[in-house]
Design a protein around this ligand. Structure first.
Ligand SMILES: *[C@@H]1O[C@H](CO)[C@@H](O)[C@H](O)[C@H]1NC(C)=O
Ligand SMILES: *[C@@H]1O[C@H](CO)[C@@H](O)[C@H](O)[C@H]1NC(C)=O
Ligand SMILES: *[C@@H]1O[C@H](CO)[C@@H](O)[C@H](O)[C@H]1NC(C)=O
Ligand SMILES: *[C@@H]1O[C@H](CO)[C@@H](O)[C@H](O)[C@H]1NC(C)=O
Ligand SMILES: *[C@@H]1O[C@H](CO)[C@@H](O)[C@H](O)[C@H]1NC(C)=O
Ligand SMILES: *[C@@H]1O[C@H](CO)[C@@H](O)[C@H](O)[C@H]1NC(C)=O
Ligand SMILES: *[C@@H]1O[C@H](CO)[C@@H](O)[C@H](O)[C@H]1NC(C)=O
Ligand SMILES: *[C@@H]1O[C@H](CO)[C@@H](O)[C@H](O)[C@H]1NC(C)=O
Ligand SMILES: *[C@@H]1O[C@H](CO)[C@@H](O)[C@H](O)[C@H]1NC(C)=O
Ligand SMILES: *[C@@H]1O[C@H](CO)[C@@H](O)[C@H](O)[C@H]1NC(C)=O
Ligand SMILES: *[C@@H]1O[C@H](CO)[C@@H](O)[C@H](O)[C@H]1NC(C)=O
Ligand SMILES: *[C@@H]1O[C@H](CO)[C@@H](O)[C@H](O)[C@H]1NC(C)=O
Length: 507
């Protein structure tokens, strides 16, 4: 599943590159007049264990009008024992992953699943089914399995009637049930087809019985459901979504312009033919994160929480120490990027959690050592090629920086300047006295800040009283790095308040 998703992502990135030139005029456009949304405060934001955000929503006023593409349905009707299930507005297409509006690493897409069946009778030789989950044309990547007996299946583009996919089934041996046939799905009782459909309005699916099929059907009509039902089940399906351009002219001038947040911009999405309606999506500008589709949705990085929420956190993975701000369990690290997975403590096997895997599932990056004072992690890669890559944790900004092809990665705690970070006392990472804030830069850009104990102190600047005096100053005095001698605590604090700077320190 993950691999498929990434392959799809790659395809879409290529797509984006291909359309980038045509959309140059719109890229980075900034709205002069942004309309405001009605309050979304009372809108549902999750269904079962799935979460979603505006422009998606449940109920009038909670999703982006006028099309119903962004309307979701939460179906609780299956009874209390089952999870509520989330559907697109067609009521058939189930959403199976969180809907994220802030994914900057590709076009946003929804992972869905689809399952329908039609009963067949000996008198009728042809059946139809349509799948139109999205009103605006979009790019589909689907893999469907059909179970049935002696049918040709055709998938057609409803606008052009062109065949985009299809396969055949023959009748299996009488003992074969539909679930057995589906496991192999080799053409006997079940067949599979993959469709990459650009700019489609969904699919029409046609089933035509083989001439010989009718006889067999009569002979086997009391066997497994393969003989009297056609089932269509998605193996994998994703729908990349975008906003349809509603009027000509610069995007930002439209009264229904979707990128409502300050610090957001738009980019034209796929437009294959000049006759097609162009579509776009919104993103938060560099250094901002969040939901560009709502007022004030894009903000500076707020992902760091300096308080360890759980008290009894494990701090070792075998022989590897995992100090705060890193952690192994929920509530034990300061942000998502710093939560690690100790997959085998006897082997000291420590992985990044939910890592955005650039190499499509081929490599796992093992953490071997965490260096708090140097702001480094030592990573062992499985692939040589991967050594150039920075570790990237899905849904968090890029806070790890590969350092020139070696296995060390620098890290920052949040993409904020020291000055910005110090404005928000509840989110500021350098909580120990005698700690200072440093900037971390990659070769290309500013990555964020980290903390360090003052010279003469050592330990963990991310925890209260974590920086310990390593010089021999008496009680109530501290080592002052600027004058290189012990001074009273009071004086020291004055010096600290003014000290912050940037460094690119790599030894
Ligand atoms: C904003 O709206 C005003 C009045 O509706 C209009 O005169 C102005 O040109 C608009 N500005 C932009 C940048 O679209
Ligand atoms: C939601 O719960 C279902 C059933 O418990 C599970 O299969 C699925 O993986 C969960 N999805 C997420 C995103 O957690
Ligand atoms: C299938 O669709 C065609 C038109 O595409 C229509 O003529 C036919 O009646 C439909 N058949 C069924 C069984 O709905
Ligand atoms: C069904 O199989 C036949 C023979 O292998 C082939 O000619 C035909 O194109 C197939 N139909 C579909 C829908 O794949
Ligand atoms: C196809 O799968 C069925 C089980 O559904 C099995 O009986 C049959 O031998 C398989 N055929 C081939 C060619 O693998
Ligand atoms: C299926 O039908 C045959 C005759 O048509 C009958 O002998 C057999 O008992 C039936 N099997 C079941 C499971 O109903
Ligand atoms: C679809 O068929 C493939 C084999 O081609 C099988 O691995 C997969 O489990 C099937 N998926 C579903 C949802 O039945
Ligand atoms: C957007 O930013 C401008 C200037 O940065 C500010 O004046 C305005 O209040 C902001 N709008 C909102 C809705 O926060
Ligand atoms: C961090 O924020 C700056 C703006 O201060 C931005 O230019 C940069 O791209 C951001 N870096 C990352 C890795 O997101
Ligand atoms: C931490 O404490 C909670 C409740 O006090 C307990 O359920 C849990 O097992 C403990 N976890 C560890 C890793 O000791
Ligand atoms: C940790 O890694 C193991 C093995 O890869 C995986 O099965 C497990 O789901 C991971 N745990 C979390 C919380 O991601
Ligand atoms: C301050 O930081 C906390 C924790 O990171 C965050 O929840 C909060 O939104 C931040 N406040 C502001 C005004 O940025």
């Amino acid at each position: 599943m993950k691999k498929m998703r990434l392959l799809c992502l790659l395809a879409l990135l290529l797509l984006r590159t291909a359309t980038a030139r045509a959309s140059a005029a719109v890229q980075g456009s900034q709205a002069g007049n942004r309309s405001s949304l009605p309050s979304l405060a009372s809108c549902q934001k999750s269904c079962g264990n799935l979460s979603f955000e505006y422009p998606f929503g449940i109920g009038a006023g909670c999703f982006r009008p006028p099309q119903r593409d962004f309307e979701l349905i939460c179906n609780n009707a299956d009874g209390a024992s089952q999870h509520p299930r989330l559907f697109l507005h067609d009521g058939h297409t189930e959403v199976v992953g969180d809907i994220i509006t802030s994914d900057k690493d590709g076009l946003p897409e929804i992972d869905v699943s689809f399952s329908r069946s039609v009963s067949v009778s000996p008198e009728v030789d042809a059946y139809n089914m349509s799948w139109n989950p999205w009103k605006s044309p979009c790019y589909y990547h689907v893999s469907l399995n059909f179970t049935g007996c002696d049918f040709d299946m055709y998938m057609l583009d409803p606008d052009t009637n062109k065949m985009v996919g299809g396969c055949n089934t023959t009748c299996p041996h009488e003992d074969i049930t539909d679930s057995v046939a589906r496991q192999d799905c080799n053409g006997t009782g079940c067949c599979t087809t993959q469709v990459y459909s650009e700019f489609a309005r969904g699919f029409d699916i046609k089933f035509v019985r083989h001439k010989i099929g009718k006889l067999k059907l009569k002979a086997h009509s009391n066997r497994s459901s393969i003989w009297d039902t056609i089932d269509v089940t998605s193996n994998y399906a994703s729908i990349p979504w975008a906003i349809a351009v509603d009027e000509p002219g610069p995007l930002g001038n439209s009264k229904d312009y979707a990128c409502l947040s300050n610090h957001s911009s738009s980019q034209l999405a796929y437009q294959y033919h000049y006759t097609d309606t162009p579509q776009y999506h919104c993103y938060c500008d560099g250094g901002y994160r969040g939901n560009p589709y709502i007022t004030d949705g894009c903000s500076r990085d707020k992902g760091y929480d300096p308080i360890q929420r759980k008290t009894n956190c494990s701090r070792w993975c075998g022989e590897i120490s995992v100090p705060f701000p890193f952690g192994l369990e929920d509530g034990c690290s300061a942000r998502m990027s710093f939560q690690l997975n100790c997959t085998n403590s006897s082997l000291s096997a420590l992985l990044f959690l939910d890592e955005f895997d650039d190499t499509a599932g081929y490599s796992r990056n093992y953490v071997q050592y965490i260096n708090i004072s140097g702001g480094l992690v030592n990573v062992k890669y499985n692939l040589y090629e991967a050594e150039r890559l920075s570790v990237r944790v899905f849904q968090d900004p890029g806070l790890y920086v590969a350092s020139g092809g070696v296995v060390l990665q620098q890290w920052a705690v949040a993409n904020l300047t020291c000055h910005e970070a110090q404005q928000n006392k509840t989110g500021y990472a350098c909580v120990s006295i005698n700690s200072i804030c440093l900037g971390v830069n990659s070769e290309q850009e500013y990555v964020g800040y980290r903390c360090k104990c003052l010279a003469g102190f050592d330990g963990n600047p991310y925890i209260t009283d974590g920086c310990k005096d390593v010089d021999e100053c008496p009680r109530n005095t501290m080592y002052d790095t600027t004058i290189k001698m012990c001074v009273s605590t009071k004086e020291q604090n004055l010096v600290l308040g003014e000290f912050y700077g940037t460094t690119n320190s790599m030894q």
